[in-house]
Design a protein around this ligand. Structure first.
Ligand code: GLC
Ligand code: CA
Length: 502
């Protein structure tokens, strides 16, 4: 399928490219940047939510699934963007947020009218709350004065969870999928899709020894897979070439992989790797090992998204060579590559200096939670640790922004050249077979994929390795001057080599 050796590029709409100077990225801005993305080697775009939204969670609170927010342009502008992208050979997938709607959505507004309303049961209501916590902090239940009931929201209180046990919800969602399929999109990214159903006995969640809640009864519930199979069947019946990728809110590989397979999603985001706080090669190797045994489960390869600190800071610790070697793991590897806007330029985080700089609701909640006990300075520092704005800084080719700018990297040209070369190599040699002989030792990582051998020396010391093959090697790519002598390879510090057996 077309996605197997593809490189996807996530566009966080408001921060990407602003065409009319109002400081907010838009469809026309993306259209103007298509040649830039094309020369980088991008095969597919993932557009984050562009629907009308009160923007409590910056678009992940949708108030109309079949329209666009005017701040990004018109529906026609989006249609044109899709057409132009496709003409230049790029696929377009869109983000769909079906776990919850904005409380401003007409469905929820209708449900608020009375307990007898036809849409009442499209949401989750209880007379009493249980102890379930929202993923943005605080109780997941909000009181509705009028009906004296509580509605459930696994994220912000302005994001009410849909009741997927009601088949009418599913039918409404199918119509929305149809609407976008007819517009010519090539697939969907499903937001927090393992949250779709909650346990029907509403038992309290347990807590761990540090009194943190274990989300046992509100995510990954029995019955969710059956619904997801129906959704996927619906899409694939329309067209088997439509691609589906799931966001599973977990970094546990076993949990993530349950959602991938012939009747389920084509793939899911591998947060077991992508969202790691530190570069730990032994851990990486163990995860690759596990990700490459289930042949029918095609993994995703990414180190960045709109929800986490940029890998330039988080994984590479601002070291260009380390960052460079990480590109190999993203591209010359078994799985589908997902880049996030600006990582090809090595952009750094945008850090809020005070509350007025913070846009992310999760960071705001943290700030207000800690302010009374810890004071301003500590509250800001703690908020920044969970602040998803870090990766959402405005891209540098914009003059102004709704948010501050992402930190520019002085080595951006070198980094960009690295991405281009490795994406081109991926297109030439991929798709890559599952990895074999994965080894990590003293910060040296090596693996095989078919006839391709990758050796990356992340350490600060030169290393010498025996190549256990005496066939001649063709060097496909190298970094920091490794050299081959007979069946030995010598790698200076932070050097990398990709070879192919002839
Ligand atoms: C996903 C999105 C995130 C959003 C959340 C709730 O995790 O990536 O940005 O806040 O879902 O919709
Ligand atoms: Ca704009």
């Amino acid at each position: 399928m077309w996605w197997e050796k593809a490189v996807f590029y996530e566009i966080y709409l408001p921060s990407f490219a602003d065409s009319n100077g109002d400081g907010i990225g838009d469809f026309n801005g993306i259209k103007e940047r298509l040649p830039y993305l094309k020369q980088l080697g991008i095969d597919a775009l993932w557009l984050t939510p562009f629907y009308p939204s009160p923007k409590i969670d910056n678009g992940y609170d949708v108030s109309d699934y079949c329209d666009v927010d005017r701040q990004y342009g018109t529906l026609q502008d989006l249609e044109e963007l899709i057409q132009v992208a496709k003409k230049s050979g790029m696929h377009v997938i869109i983000d769909v947020v079906f776990n919850h709607t904005s409380t401003q959505h007409p469905w929820f507004q209708s449900a608020l009218q009375s307990t007898e309303d036809k849409k009442r049961d499209w949401y989750i209501w209880r007379d009493r709350p249980n102890n379930w916590e929202s993923f943005f902090g605080g109780s997941a239940w909000e009181y509705d004065e009028k009906s004296q009931q509580y509605y459930y929201h696994s994220f912000a209180k302005e994001q009410a969870d849909l009741n997927w046990h009601n088949p009418a919800v599913k039918h409404a969602i199918f119509q929305i999928l149809d609407f976008w399929i007819k517009k010519g999109i090539d697939g969907f990214r499903f937001d927090v899709i393992n949250n779709l159903t909650v346990s029907q006995d509403f038992k309290d969640n347990p807590v761990d020894e540090t009194r943190r809640q274990i989300h046992q009864n509100d995510v990954n519930q029995p019955g969710v897979l059956a619904i997801l199979k129906e959704i996927n069947a619906y899409i694939k019946n329309c067209n088997p070439e439509l691609f589906t990728v799931a966001e599973i809110s977990s970094d546990d590989l076993k949990c993530i992989e349950q959602y991938v397979g012939a009747e389920l999603f084509d793939t899911a985001f591998n947060f077991n790797l992508g969202s790691q706080e530190k570069l730990n090669l032994n851990y990486f190797a163990s995860q690759y090992e596990a990700m490459n045994t289930a042949a029918e489960k095609l993994p995703t390869l990414f180190f960045n998204s709109h929800d986490m600190s940029r890998s330039w800071e988080r994984l590479a610790d601002k070291n260009v060579d380390v960052y460079y070697l990480l590109i190999v793991l993203l591209t010359i590897n078994h799985g589908i590559t997902f880049l996030f806007q600006g990582e090809e330029l090595g952009l750094g985080d945008f850090l809020a200096a005070n509350l007025t700089d913070i846009r992310d609701i999760q960071a705001k909640n943290k700030y207000f939670e800690l302010l009374p006990s810890d004071g301003e300075v500590r509250a800001i520092a703690a908020a920044n640790l969970v602040n998803r704005d870090r990766s959402r800084g405005m891209l540098p080719f914009n003059i102004k922004g709704w948010i501050g700018s992402a930190k520019v990297n002085e080595s951006e040209k070198v980094i960009m050249a690295g991405y281009k070369a490795l994406i081109a190599l991926r297109h030439k040699e991929g798709p890559f077979l599952p990895l074999e002989k994965i080894q990590a030792e003293n910060d040296l990582l090596s693996y095989w994929s078919g006839d391709i051998h990758v050796i990356l020396n992340f350490s600060e010391k030169p290393r010498q390795i025996e190549l256990l093959e005496d066939r001649p090697w063709q060097t496909l790519w190298s970094h920091n001057g490794p050299y081959l002598a007979k069946n030995k390879i010598y790698l200076p510090e932070r050097a990398g080599w990709i070879g192919k057996r002839n």
